[in-house]
Design a protein around this ligand. Structure first.
Ligand code: AMP
Length: 120
């Protein structure tokens, strides 16, 4: 299995996990656009927006509502973007929704510090 996100789900590759349930896993992006850049993925391998089933998509959106608030509250973000890439725009071919916090005045912090702030 070559899919990096399936490897994360299976525990073959570590991640900074923020939340999981039976269907969904949430973790920090390894190469963040901003402090607290977070990815939400389905645990089962699904390619993209076109092929994901609606029930799973709704699960992901429900989790996105809660996690975007959690991440932004914990880090003091002033807003956030939700982004979901497909086709040529999509680097990892396993559906994922980005939560990208936006700041008036973004601080410098390591991923470990960000993770501690979110999970403490
Ligand atoms: P996209 O262009 O929407 O496919 O974005 C893929 C995202 O996955 C990028 O923001 C990468 O930094 C992120 N990414 C790739 N590998 C990992 C990993 N092992 N752990 C966390 N995030 C990753």
């Amino acid at each position: 299995m070559e899919c990096v996100f399936c490897k994360i789900v299976n525990g073959e590759i570590p991640c900074k996990k923020i939340y999981e349930d039976d269907n969904v896993l949430v973790f920090l992006d390894i190469n963040p656009y901003s402090l607290g850049h977070t990815l939400i993925i389905p645990k089962k391998h699904v390619l993209d927006f076109e092929t994901i089933d609606e029930e799973l998509l709704m699960n992901i959106l429900k989790v996105a509502k809660n996690i975007s608030k959690l991440v932004c509250d914990k880090l003091g973000a002033d807003g956030y973007k939700l982004i979901q890439n497909n086709g040529l725009a999509q680097e990892v071919k396993h559906f994922h929704l980005h939560i990208i916090p936006v700041y008036n005045d973004e601080k410098k912090m390591s991923i470990d510090e960000v993770y501690k702030k979110i999970t403490e």
